[in-house]
Ligand binder design. Structure first.
Ligand SMILES: Cc1ncc(COP(=O)(O)O)c(C=O)c1O
Length: 424
């Protein structure tokens, strides 16, 4: 075990391996109990330190206990944590203005999660389309997509294991084969109200969309009067070294969804829309009790301002390149790595073998990563990463990958290659 020992005053509260008899059986969790974090590290109840390269699935972009976030959250906890959307508070409008500036769009609705942002975007697209034609209800999404677990979001998530136990889902959703422009053209029509795309599929294995496919989707959406929705819940808000991953394409979406890192770990999401799209909503049509409360919005403003003032997008690009190059070298040596891919600090290593054992080995060495699509090791480290942590990560990964796989290479990837390693 490489991790160093740090004081964990809360440790006595937790048993080392708490039985989960009252929790629903939805996650397979390792035995560690995490009690606190600082910077790029999490600490378990034994005081063991872990370098966090998954950050609560892309949430803790400023790491743990960032002083600027701690200051703002403490301040707002002593004022008003919640006032509801019946009233104004000081932080929603400035935060909405910043999100509009980052995205190049106009209006924002605040939610509490990624799935809820997707629900809102789908409702907005349907409401707008209804003003044009009652039959304009179809929604296109991609095979291998992941948009969330609520009914609407699940309806445009392609993985059968996630969908089937809960069917029937929301009608009107259809899947286009990823990168298949002919399939996209065949399925588009005037009855489509929205196409939802992840610029880089996250849960789907860190798979970037091509310029050609995005451009065609933009062109068809414009031609058929449909909304192009960019799901940037995982890829957005700086993760790729740009404010949004879609900004590497020429065409802009009409609606963007965000969540994960927005409020530094406090649940907050949003959907951001063009003026034209947003005009479909009027008072009473959509709402949320908790969405966009003062503490969450103040934390989000501080998160975005910190990214700007501390030049963190530059850090994401630089550290991302160092990690990528290091992983390429390790991949060449390992002999069972199919590909290293991704952008900024949204990176992955696709193996020829199952990845779950490598996730366990990494954790044993004090490194937190995760595996998606059974074969893809996923890395979503914090934006505050230094060169020292990059070297620490590569050193640990070198030892993790030094252990050769037991089973021979097996070519199983893509949609449907699911199992316990899928974790969101
Ligand atoms: C691209 C994408 N969309 C939507 C979601 C759903 O977000 P949440 O889990 O906050 O509901 C996720 C979560 O991982 C995601 O990665």
């Amino acid at each position: 075990m490489e991790s160093s020992v740090a004081p964990a005053p809360e440790a006595s509260v937790f048993s080392p391996n708490p039985p989960a008899v009252h929790l629903m059986n939805t996650y397979r969790r390792p035995e560690q109990v995490f009690v606190r974090g600082r910077g790029c590290y999490l600490y378990d109840s034994n005081g063991r330190r872990y370098l966090d390269f998954i950050t609560g699935i892309g949430v803790n972009a400023l790491g743990y206990a960032h002083p600027r976030l701690v200051r703002v959250m403490r301040r707002e906890a002593g004022r008003a944590v919640h006032v509801s959307n019946l009233y104004h508070h000081p932080f929603q409008e400035p935060l909405a203005a910043k999100l509009a500036a980052w995205s190049g769009l106009d209006r924002v609705f605040f939610t509490n999660s990624g799935s809820e942002s997707i629900e809102g975007a789908l409702k907005l697209a349907r409401a707008r389309a209804r003003k044009i034609d009652e039959r304009k209800i179809r929604i296109l999404a991609l095979e291998n997509s992941f948009h969330g677990r609520t009914f609407g979001a699940l309806s445009i998530t392609s993985t059968p294991e996630y969908r089937q136990p809960f069917e029937p889902l929301v009608p009107g959703a259809e899947f286009v084969r990823s990168e298949d422009v002919a399939d996209l053209e065949a399925k588009f029509g005037d009855d489509v109200c929205a196409i939802v795309l992840e610029p880089i599929q996250g849960e789907g294995g860190i798979r970037p969309l091509s310029d050609a496919f995005w451009n065609k989707a933009r062109e068809l959406a414009t031609r058929h009067g449909a909304m192009l929705v960019a799901d940037e819940i995982q890829s957005g808000l700086g993760r790729t070294g740009r404010p949004f991953a879609f900004q590497r394409f020429a065409g802009k979406p009409d609606i963007v969804t965000v969540a994960k890192p927005l409020a530094g770990g406090v649940p907050l999401g949003a959907f951001i829309a063009s003026e034209e799209a947003a005009s479909a909503l009027v008072p009473g049509m959509h709402g949320s009790t908790f969405g966009g409360g003062p503490l969450a919005c103040a934390a989000a403003l501080e998160f975005l301002t910190t990214v700007e003032e501390e030049n963190l997008l530059e850090n994401v690009r630089r550290r991302g390149e160092e990690i990528r190059q290091g992983l390429e070298t390790l991949a060449a040596r390992a002999g069972f790595v199919r590909e290293v891919r991704g952008e900024g600090l949204m990176l992955a290593m696709e193996l020829d073998v199952e990845g779950a054992a490598y996730v366990d080995r990494a954790r044993e060495r004090g490194l937190l990563i995760n595996c998606t699509h059974k074969h893809v090791l996923r890395f979503l480290p914090p934006f505050i990463l230094g060169e020292r942590q990059v070297n620490e990560f590569l050193g640990k990964m070198k030892r993790v990958l030094a252990q050769k796989p037991k089973r021979p290479a097996k070519a199983v990837t893509g949609a449907g290659a699911t199992g316990e390693a899928r974790s969101q």
